[in-house]
Design a binder for this molecule. Structure first.
Ligand SMILES: [Zn+2]
Ligand SMILES: [Zn+2]
Length: 169
């Protein structure tokens, strides 16, 4: 379980871009991998009549394998997020922010579960090392970012087409 514990006393004083570090070990059972041991997150809090509003920025060093060229690379993602800590049950159904119940009797609140979901949602669906990655040559398997193997990929496709035509003759 990921724990990012906040104390009421600190929230009362106000957090101003305070840094929190989350060990990437918390994600060992997930499919995501990280290039570093820590995920960093900065939090700013603002007091409101029903609790506190948190503005955060999280920086996640995803460790990925490029879908095109199969080379491993670090995809550093930053995302902004908002969390509401509230003692107002009516706000718990708000959909714009992540809302966490923070009753008056509680002195600490754990935003770990929200952070965890945030990290998992941020993982890019498409994993491309760079927008102009040339990928792998379908013919010889060379990484076309590193070498120009000289294969005419169009010709390869044509060859297959020819073979197929031969087969149905
Ligand atoms: Zn690539
Ligand atoms: Zn080639």
């Amino acid at each position: 379980m990921i724990q990012v514990k906040l104390f009421r006393a600190d929230l009362e004083r106000g957090l101003d871009k305070q840094l929190f570090e989350i060990s990437s070990e918390y994600f060992v059972d997930q499919i995501v991998e990280f290039a570093e041991e820590k995920i960093t997150c900065s939090l700013t809090s603002e007091k409101q009549w029903h609790g506190y509003r948190l503005t955060g920025e999280i920086s996640i060093p995803f460790f990925e394998t490029c879908d095109r060229c199969l080379v491993e690379f670090t995809d550093q993602h930053t995302a902004e997020f908002f969390i509401l800590l509230t003692n107002d049950t009516k706000l718990l159904s708000t959909e714009d922010d992540d809302v966490i119940w923070f009753g008056d009797a509680k002195n600490t609140v754990d935003i770990g579960p929200v952070i965890r979901d945030l990290v998992l949602v941020e993982e890019p669906f498409k994993k491309i090392c760079s927008a102009d990655c040339n990928g792998i040559c379908l013919h010889c398997g060379a990484n076309r970012n590193q070498e120009n193997c000289g294969c005419d990929v169009d010709a390869v496709v044509d060859d297959r087409w020819e073979n197929w035509k031969q087969m149905i003759k």
